[in-house]
Design a protein around this ligand. Structure first.
Ligand code: NAD
Length: 526
């Protein structure tokens, strides 16, 4: 008998438990039950049932739940901060200011503005359609899938979730497997705030869970994460004709002109590059400094970085990295840069990194970098700041625009005309002048990337409306039996010619228009 060889299955079974490990200490916090693929159909069914009831509430009725959530989160502020800090390795101050505060602010913003943004809008009606009324309504999409990353696991899940919920959608959240404790926290917060059953569901797990939910035909996908995953999600969404917003990576430039407030720019660069250990989609990843102040700037950067404290105590400035896989990416880019001649002004070379008892990388300022180094073109997502001199505005703009990304950028100068001129030439979704990243926390402004940094945006009015279909309506009182463009056409052509010449030509006469309109209508009756 011929030997029968069975192929080992390419797909590994998904683990039934996720491990929440504190990256600052390497210690296991707890295990979390993972979502299983066979729960997919039921999860969507539950979401759709819950959604129709949720959608039948008025926006102001939905916002009552938002208020309860805001109060609950304010009461539990310390516990929330503790949980997210232990899940991510961030300093507690950063959890409070960059995770919890933006969520609370977003809730308060929705409570104030969602009703107006999502209520019916009157629209104009062309003269040709005299007497009719036009308006736009915003209709919930249905079951929205939100897939979130690990770097800001609270706010990057909760803000899109709340944006979708305000419009009457049900939400299925797929939090990052790297920070599962925060995923669980979000699930509990919505439950404790009293949101109706299944209006919010969380499916804990990794890539396999994200894939199975993406294939489960949600009515909308809101994804935040890497370019690679964004492309895979977009490909699946295209197959099923599902609309998606993609918030992806960045390689953000900061441009400092010689006339800038140098001390402010130094402090801004250090915070912009090293907050959250550089694991920010909008981290300063390339710092361009005008040559006359370049050396002085580097010296000030070195002093400022050396004054930073790293650890997981309450007074530390820089926490640990969150994901071991990200440490490997930073390591690989650093090795490439050093091997190609980059010089470290601060920090340690990868061979000295010890991440066994906590994923700490000391902040690195890098000089003598050149275009062929990965560190200048690929997203680093770690505490490394390459500093590059430039000689002209033209060169700064060209270099800033030289990557495949376009998320955020900043321009530093006392000359506001120059700042605005340079910002206008940057191919970027967002920008700040004499500041870093600040634009993302203004809920009045849209946030989204261009080029490989994403498709679409959220925040701002559009951030609520993307989760709704725009329903465009024109209404007639129904009293007339005919419309001028309806059958029969007999005898109408010359009158139409005169009518359109009157409307669109150089001489308009309202009385003539009205007469022509009536004459055409009469032809309909004859
Ligand atoms: P990632 O793409 O690896 O994972 C993001 C999420 O997608 C996770 O929940 C993951 O489990 C899930 N996932 C992975 N593969 C999937 C698949 N094939 N189908 C469906 N889901 C899948 O990204 P990450 O490492 O968690 O996050 C870091 C990246 O996110 C960086 O590139 C960063 O720049 C980007 N990011 C962007 C923004 C923004 O607003 N533009 C904000 C934060 C982070």
């Amino acid at each position: 008998m011929p030997e029968v060889k069975t192929r080992p299955s390419a797909k590994k079974a998904a683990p039934s438990k996720l491990k929440a490990i504190n990256p600052a200490t390497g210690k296991l916090i707890r295990e979390i039950q993972a979502f299983s693929a066979d729960q997919t159909a039921e999860t969507f069914e539950n979401a759709r049932k819950a959604q129709s009831e949720w959608d039948s509430l008025s926006i102001s009725e939905r916002l009552v739940y938002f208020k309860k959530l805001r109060h609950l989160m304010s009461t539990k502020l310390q516990q929330i901060v503790q949980i997210v800090a232990s899940d991510t390795g961030k300093p507690k101050t950063e959890v409070l200011t960059a995770e919890v505060m933006p969520v609370l602010d977003a809730i308060a913003h929705f409570e104030k503005h969602a009703e107006k943004v999502l209520s019916r809008k009157a629209a104009g009606t062309p003269m040709l359609f005299w007497g009719k009324k036009s308006y736009i309504e915003y209709m919930a999409r249905g079951a929205v899938l939100i897939i979130s990353p690990w770097n800001y696991p609270l706010q990057l899940a909760m803000i899109p979730m709340l944006s979708a919920l305000a419009g009457g959608n049900a939400v299925i959240l797929k939090p990052s497997e790297i920070t599962p404790l925060t995923g669980l926290l979000i699930e509990i917060l919505f439950k404790e705030a009293g949101f109706p059953n299944n209006v919010v569901q969380a499916a804990h797990g990794g890539k396999d869970v994200g894939e199975v939910l993406t294939k489960g035909k949600p009515d909308y996908i809101f994804f935040t994460g890497s370019v690679k995953t964004g492309k895979a999600i977009q490909a699946q969404a295209a197959k099923d004709l599902i609309p998606a917003t993609l918030e992806l990576g960045g390689k953000d430039p900061m441009i400092v002109f010689k006339d800038a407030n140098i001390d402010r720019a130094v402090n801004g660069a250090v915070w912009g590059a090293f907050t959250n250990s550089g694991q920010v989609c909008m981290s300063v990843e390339r710092l361009y400094v005008e040559r006359p102040v370049y050396h002085a700037f580097i010296a000030k950067l070195r002093d400022a970085v050396q004054a930073l404290k790293q650890g997981h105590g309450d007074h530390d400035d820089i926490g640990s990295m969150t994901s071991p896989a990200q440490v490997d990416i930073v390591k690989e880019q650093m090795e490439d840069a050093l091997q190609k001649g980059a010089k470290m002004v601060t920090g340690e070379a990868p061979e000295y990194w010890n991440t066994e008892e906590g994923l700490y990388i000391k902040p690195i300022i890098l000089a003598d970098v050149s275009a062929e180094m990965k560190i200048l073109s690929e997203e680093t997502f770690g505490p490394v700041l390459p500093v590059i001199p430039f000689d002209s505005e033209e060169e700064a703009v060209r270099e800033a625009n030289s990557t495949d990304y376009g998320l955020n950028a900043s321009v530093w100068t006392k000359d506001m005309d120059k700042a605005e001129r340079v910002v206008s030439r940057l191919v970027t979704g967002n920008a700040a002048i004499n500041d870093v990243m600040v634009n993302v926390v203004n809920p009045e402004l849209p946030f989204g990337g261009v080029k490989n940094s994403g498709i679409g945006s959220y925040h701002g009015e559009g951030g609520l409306r993307i989760f709704c279909h725009e329903k465009a309506v024109m209404a007639d009182s129904g009293k007339k039996n005919y419309e001028i463009q309806w059958y029969p056409y007999k005898g109408k052509m010359p009158l139409f010619v005169k009518l359109f010449q009157n409307i669109y030509g150089s001489k308009q006469n309202v009385a003539d228009m009205a007469k022509l309109y009536t004459d055409i209508l009469k032809k309909s009756k004859s």
